[in-house]
Design a protein around this ligand. Sequence first.
Ligand SMILES: [Zn+2]
Length: 369
Amino acid sequence: MTTKTSNVLQTLAELGVSGDAQVPPLFAELRAEFDRDAAAVNDEALWKEFRDAWLGRKSGVLAHITDNWLKPAPPELKRAVGQALNELRAHVEAVVEARRAAVEASAEREATARERVDLSLPGVRRPIGTHHLIQQTFQEIARIFLSLGYTVVEGPEIETPYYNFEALNIPEHHPARDTMDTFYLDLPAGAPPRLLRTHTSPMQIHVMESQQPPVRIIVPGRVYRRDNPDSTHAFAFHQIEGLAVDTDITFCDFKGTVEYFVSQFFGPQVKTRLRSSYFPFTEPSTEVDASCHVCGGSGCRVCKFSGWIELFGAGMVDPAVYGFVNYDAKQLSGFAFGMGVERFAMRKYGISDIQLFFQNDVRFLRQFP
Ligand SMILES: [Zn+2]
């Protein structure tokens, strides 16, 4: 209670009020003071203090007026005081309620502002995984052959010696088996032998057994060899096998397909060279070389200063293979190839160690988003 309102602790007689005309100015002064108090209320704690100061049952300003002004007033003043007090009470109650609503609304606005989500702020970036470089290279090679009308087939990693060797014209004791040191499965005595395929070529036989020509397939997959791991060898790596068989496929078709593929994969400036080679299931057999995409053929570390890079083995399908799948070797011709996926990725991206593909070190993987 301020010093001004402290006059409500006195009686009208003590304040020197003796006539009706002196009552309204007294109340007008109180009302002006009340309005000033009300304007200063801006939070809930202040509002409670303000409400109790004016409306408190025992010591509120209005209670004091009732006790000190109205009750002891002489009969001729009672009417004027009662009327003015009612008017003031109505005003005080209305304003106290209005201030309560205003304080609550502003508190709510503040809370909303505090909790508001700013949609213009940058979000938290969560790392999203990408395909492994091996998978990316698979997809890149597959895309090129799909555009040429090939389809993708996959096959089992566990094979019989027949599909992995014999049907591909690699009989037992054939020296080609020595170059593909093989993992055999440890099976109970008497069980037919099983092995982890050493190449994706067995799928050539599976497909030709189940389907009549024309055949145009690529076979991506993992293969296994008992190599000593080093920067160019691993126990398990990836190949893409390719096979095209039809009634009129020539060596020119083979050469054209190879050249198209290499230029699509490494770029149009890269030239292709076929070098005579030997594989049991192709005749003639070739190694496909590409001009070095790093130095353009003038010689660098990547091509070991030869200007050429060895890419993959390929050739025309050996007619002997058709005999294993009951294809008519006199009517049919075709070509096959087997690409090492790691080798392609290493050549293209200048990776010097095949082991990097299998260590799953994110510092390596992140370089190929
Ligand atoms: Zn080079």
